[in-house]
Design a protein around this ligand. Structure first.
Ligand SMILES: NC(=O)c1ccc[n+]([C@@H]2O[C@H](COP(=O)([O-])OP(=O)(O)OC[C@H]3O[C@@H](n4cnc5c(N)ncnc54)[C@H](O)[C@@H]3O)[C@@H](O)[C@H]2O)c1
Ligand SMILES: O=c1ccn([C@@H]2O[C@H](COP(=O)(O)OP(=O)(O)O[C@H]3O[C@H](CO)[C@H](O)[C@H](O)[C@H]3O)[C@@H](O)[C@H]2O)c(=O)[nH]1
Length: 333
């Protein structure tokens, strides 16, 4: 018998990416073999370390059907594969709807065609839109502003419909801002192009790019810059293990925020980067970035009561320290 069929396993679609690689490591540490399905469009071969890589594109419907059928002994799929660059989505909605919505449809149909009826889906706080009631509770009406958020909400709706009609069981995890890296330094954030605040600030501090641009200081927040809820990527990975366990033990559906409940402003992030790296953090204030919302932080009570989830690794210093360690090893600093 191969390792794939003899040990408990999970299919991780998007397992070669930033969050997916941490999810794979977390499953492997529990003795569950992660089988990565990925087209390596933004992910990396070298980040697939804990199980096999099946190179497959979600938009290739026939091949996805074949591969899911071949792995129909696997009880559960984690679906992280997505286009994520928010600005690109505004200019190329066709590409975003194709990759995210059609890709997810192909995956769900392939699962329907096989015996796999459990899925954990990576959604985002970007599905909410501007919410004045903070922290954000899952009961808020979702009115996403970006194409990215709209594609994610469309997939959330697909999951609800497939649950009702075809008994597909799901946990939708609405991550807030993923950040940090595994303490080992072996995996971390490697987006190209990078658009996220912390890795860009580290690169600016290290002198590997221009001064940081802070998009707007005229928001209705204490220092005028946007506020986000940064959650360590290994906390996100733990939320997947808990969801896996609950789905295996009778949970049939849930939509859950995955955050810390605490928000930090963009300027607080720059200060922490300066403190952790010991390097000056030059920045300029620029106009607002299109599509940015002023404040997003999570009400975490539902994830706590449904999963028993609580962020353990998301102290901001620890997030930036682990991101810095990975950054230095990647750039051999
Ligand atoms: N990074 C964040 O802050 C954040 C926040 C909220 C939600 N999310 C969600 O988490 C998930 C993972 O994000 P990430 O930051 O790890 O991104 P990432 O780009 O590092 O990972 C995405 C992975 O999916 C793969 N992929 C993309 N399209 C594919 C396709 N058609 N077929 C097969 N594989 C494909 C890529 O090659 C990559 O390995 C995404 O769904 C994203 O929307 C991320
Ligand atoms: O060079 C930069 C980069 C970012 N920012 C600011 O930093 C904050 C955080 O921006 P990120 O790009 O790091 O992350 P977002 O909050 O835009 O995250 C969005 O995109 C992600 C996907 O990539 C997630 O899905 C997330 O849920 C969704 O809200 C924003 O105020 C942004 O304007 C800057 O000021 N300068």
């Amino acid at each position: 018998m191969s390792a794939e069929t003899s040990s408990p396993s999970v299919i991780v679609v998007g397992g070669a990416g930033y969050i997916g690689s941490h999810v794979c490591k977390a499953f492997a540490q529990q003795g569950i073999l992660p089988i990565t399905f990925d087209n390596l469009s933004t992910g990396h071969n070298h980040a697939v370390k804990w199980g096999p890589l099946i190179e497959v594109d979600l938009c290739d419907r026939a091949t996805i059907f074949e591969e899911i059928e071949k792995h129909s002994h696997v009880p559960l799929v984690v679906h992280l594969a997505s286009s994520i660059e928010v600005g690109f989505g505004e200019k190329h909605p066709d590409s975003f709807y194709m990759n995210n919505v059609v890709g997810a449809l192909n995956l769900l149909d392939a699962m329907k065609n096989s015996s796999i009826n459990k899925i954990i889906f990576s959604s985002t706080c970007a599905t909410y839109g501007e919410i004045s009631n903070l922290p954000i509770n899952e009961k808020e009406v979702q009115s996403p502003y970006s194409v990215y958020g709209k594609t994610k909400l469309a997939i959330e709706h697909m999951l609800q419909s497939y649950h009702k009609a075809f008994d597909l069981n799901y946990v939708t995890l609405r991550y807030f801002n993923a950040a940090g890296a595994d303490e080992s330094g072996e995996i971390g954030e490697e987006h190209d192009p990078e658009t996220h605040l912390i890795p860009l600030a580290l690169a600016s501090a290290a002198g590997l790019r221009q001064r940081m641009k802070i998009f707007g200081n005229d928001y209705d927040t204490p220092n005028g810059t946007c506020i986000r809820d940064y959650i360590h990527v290994n906390d996100i990975a733990q939320a997947h293990l808990l969801s896996w366990d609950k789905l295996q033990n009778g949970l049939t559906k849930a939509e859950l925020n995955i955050g810390t409940g605490k928000g930090y402003s963009n300027l607080e992030i720059l200060k922490t980067v300066e403190k952790v790296t010991g390097l000056p953090m030059p920045y300029d204030i620029e106009p607002r970035r299109d599509g940015d919302l002023s404040q997003l932080y999570a009400d975490t009570s539902r994830a706590q009561s449904v999963l028993g989830f609580e962020a353990k690794y998301s102290d901001l210093d620890f997030i930036v320290r682990t991101a810095w360690r990975f950054f230095k090893s990647k750039h051999q600093i």
